[in-house]
Design a protein around this ligand. Structure first.
Ligand code: SAM
Ligand code: DTB
Ligand code: SF4
Length: 322
């Protein structure tokens, strides 16, 4: 078992991506088995705690104020509503609860409220994750002090393609927030979206950027674009499912220790394609009938899928929470 590398090159990542499919999957499985139990899947449940009216213009996102997507905006949810949903997620078998807010960055008052949510969810024995947009160093430290486990902040694509997708912030802003999160001692959840019209090279470059960070993200969500009517990417060409699987396999090989999450886009995938993703090294899913604003397979379908594959959810983290 080799230690994770941080010196991956674009040429290496592209070469992995271009391997014959069986060879790529074989290598990904070797890495997966060296570092993880291949029968285990980590289950995270998402909740949108503040929905819509976001000032950013991310071309994929139904929550941007700039696109008419018919979404009902919702201000920050009350603490008790969040805790109710977290209890339900725990009862269904999730071990991590991820709270997302449609902000460019949180305001001080909001951050205090989110910190209270983090304390409450953690006390239920769940791992906590939040995604709130850009953070300063002190905001990241405040979340760490509240007991936050993970911060999600995706790079989404290559630096070069990023400017085609978002004009209201720079790639460097994303990297700065990731550095603040890491400096605060938080676990990093950072990945991207496949299917926005990016090239295989952009996919490889995204993974190289992630794998060259001083520490690899602990979680790497690989989302397939959910094409939401009203967004600029509503009619994006669908990706070849095998290219989606290739991206997962390359992520697994380059970031061996990470939880690679088969993320958005599962609702439209067959059980067989999802099984292929798990064979390619994915070992985590979003679990629960909703992502943030769009659909996800229901709990019964996911439980049946894992049972049919003889796989099982990751056990609750020992000693976590109350
Ligand atoms: N506003 C914060 C931010 O952008 O960091 C947090 C919430 S934002 C909705 C979190 C992530 O959801 C985005 O970075 C993107 O990767 C993902 N996402 C949003 N819309 C998506 C879609 N239509 N399909 C797939 N992933 C999507
Ligand atoms: C991530 O990588 N995917 C999640 C989570 N992190 C926050 C969000 C997916 C959102 C899909 C579109 C929606 O439901 O609004
Ligand atoms: Fe706002 Fe996040 Fe959606 Fe971009 S991805 S529009 S920042 S909620």
């Amino acid at each position: 078992m080799h230690e994770p590398r941080h010196d991956w090159t674009l040429a290496e990542a592209e070469a992995l991506y271009a391997l014959p499919f069986p060879e790529l999957l074989f290598r990904a499985q070797q890495v997966h088995r060296a570092w993880h139990d291949p029968a285990e899947v980590q289950m995270s449940t998402l909740l949108s705690i503040k929905t819509g009216a976001c000032p950013e213009d991310c071309a994929y996102c139904p929550q941007s104020v700039r696109f008419e997507t018919g979404l009902a905006n919702e201000p920050l949810l009350p603490l008790e509503t969040v805790l109710e949903r977290a209890r339900a997620a725990r009862a269904a078998g999730a071990t991590r609860f991820c709270m997302g807010a449609a902000w460019r960055s949180p305001k001080a008052r909001d951050l205090d409220k989110v910190a209270a949510m983090v304390r409450g969810v953690r006390a239920l024995g769940l791992e906590t994750c939040v995604t709130l947009g850009m953070l300063s160093d002190s905001q990241a430290r405040a979340l760490k002090d509240a007991g936050l486990d993970y911060y999600n902040h995706n790079l989404d694509t290559s630096e070069e393609y990023y400017r085609e997708i978002i004009s209201t912030r720079r790639y460097q802003d994303r990297l700065d927030t990731l550095a603040a999160v890491r400096a605060a001692g938080l676990n990093v959840c950072c990945g991207g979206i496949i299917g926005m019209g990016e090239s295989p090279r952009d996919r490889a470059q995204l993974l190289v950027t992630l794998a060259r960070l001083p520490a690899h993200p602990e979680s790497v969500p690989i989302n397939q674009l959910v094409r939401v009517p009203g967004t600029p990417l509503a009619d994006a060409a669908p990706v070849d499912p095998f290219d989606f699987i290739r991206t997962i396999a390359v992520a697994r090989i380059m970031m061996p220790r990470a939880q690679v999450r088969l993320s958005a886009g599962r609702e439209g995938m067959s059980d067989e394609l999802q099984a292929l993703a798990l064979l390619a090294g994915a070992n985590s899913i979003f679990y629960g009938e909703k992502l943030l604003t769009t659909g996800n397979p229901d709990v019964a379908r996911d439980q049946a899928l894992l049972a049919r594959l003889g796989m099982r959810p990751e056990a609750a983290v020992p000693g976590h929470g109350a």
